[in-house]
Design a protein around this ligand. Structure first.
Ligand code: SF4
Ligand code: FES
Length: 361
């Protein structure tokens, strides 16, 4: 199999628009960077409109309006309307807190296509404890119900970790009761703030194995009623995931202040040069910015990836994880059982400590 290189330029399909880093919740597994963009540095409405038009011109089909909590932006409806006018399928990723039912109706009128609401647990007390926000559980319910009432497609996101992994079945029941069409079960990924809480969040191997079996059983039981998407948690997998579909290959991520990243955690890799939509067109950034070209393709990968048949499937795994665990962003992701550093992941997966969460504030 030939190594792909930076000259193989694919079209991006998805744009993650991080409208703000402001958020009312304090989730201990927040994957946003440690240094958050300030409100004063956020892109204005007109710039987001231009970005959406440029994204559509580049081939992007879907935009995910995300954050932080996108509802913290007063111009959210205008932004959503701009995304639709650019011809993009528009998805709102929300905590469900900070968006009123009135705003949800305005978003629907503006042409919003889809809503993703995260829930922390099926148990209200536990859910509010995990989010660090009292009353959040009820507000999420109300917002999800309003989205469905308006006829919007609803996906429920479940972020799974040691405190809620035993209640996946109950969380799927909750998503069904909310009339979600899809449920996305994702285990915590240990980047950004989540790294601080790794030992407090890490499930045991037995829990992960039971959860995987339960998800299979739930898929069969609810076939035709709800689509259940789930991925094996990194630290317990044999092979890494093709993170973001390959670096600079399928998606781009615009931060609240306009920096364009190949993935949401890319700023954790030092010395990468990110270009900003204030200074460059999105096309220019996609084709020529140093950060996007840093790990495009597979030619940079060392052994064992260099001679492995899976390198065009998983691209050697996640660059951010490779850097965080080995100090070398070019290395094989240590999640891979063939990585010389895999022992490190296996060791960390065994570390569970009953610590109080460090909330994101
Ligand atoms: Fe993927 Fe590299 Fe592991 Fe092969 S050695 S499976 S390419 S991470
Ligand atoms: Fe950055 Fe995986 S999170 S490449």
């Amino acid at each position: 199999m030939a190594n792909s290189d930076a000259t193989t330029l694919h079209k991006p399909l998805g744009l993650l628009a991080e409208l703000t880093h402001r958020c009312p919740l304090g989730c201990p597994y927040c994957s946003n960077p440690l240094a958050l963009d300030k409100r004063a540095d956020e892109l204005d409405t007109a710039t987001w409109m231009r970005v959406f038009k440029e994204a559509a011109g580049l081939g992007v089909l879907q935009v995910h309006l995300s954050g932080g909590e996108p509802g913290a932006r007063r111009d959210l409806v205008e932004i959503a309307s701009g995304a639709r006018d650019a011809g993009l399928y528009t998805n709102l990723i929300t905590s469900g807190v900070g968006i009123t039912t009135r705003t949800m109706r305005d978003l629907w009128e503006a042409g919003l296509d889809h809503v993703q609401v995260s829930i922390q647990d099926a148990d209200a007390v536990s859910a509010d404890h995990i989010a660090g926000y009292k009353g959040g559980f009820q507000r999420k319910h109300a917002l999800a119900a309003e989205a469905v009432r308006l006829g919007l497609m609803l996906t429920v996101n479940l972020v799974v970790h040691r405190a809620n992994i035993e209640r996946i079945g109950a969380m799927v029941d909750l998503a069904l009761a909310l009339k979600a069409s899809r449920i996305e079960i994702a285990h915590v990924q240990y980047y950004g703030w989540a790294l601080k809480n790794r030992a407090a969040l890490m499930p045991t191997r037995e829990q992960v194995e039971r959860a995987a079996a339960e998800v299979e059983e739930l898929r069969l039981r609810h076939k035709g009623k709800i689509v259940i998407d789930a991925v094996v948690p990194d630290y317990h997998a044999r092979f890494p995931k093709p993170c973001v579909g390959g670096w600079g290959r399928r998606s781009l991520n615009v931060t609240p202040s306009g920096k364009v990243l190949p993935c949401h955690a890319a700023e954790s890799i030092p010395d990468l040069e990110f270009w900003n939509v204030r200074d460059h067109s999105l096309e220019d950034i996609w084709t020529s910015s140093p950060a996007f070209n840093a790990f495009r393709g597979t030619a940079f990968l060392p052994e064992p990836c260099a001679s492995c048949d899976r390198r065009e499937i998983d691209f050697g795994g996640c660059r951010c994880q490779a850097f965080l665990l080995t100090g070398d962003a070019r290395a094989t992701d240590p999640v891979c059982h063939l990585s010389p550093n895999h022992g490190l992941v296996a060791e960390l997966a065994e570390v569970q400590e009953d610590l109080a969460y460090a909330y994101r504030r």
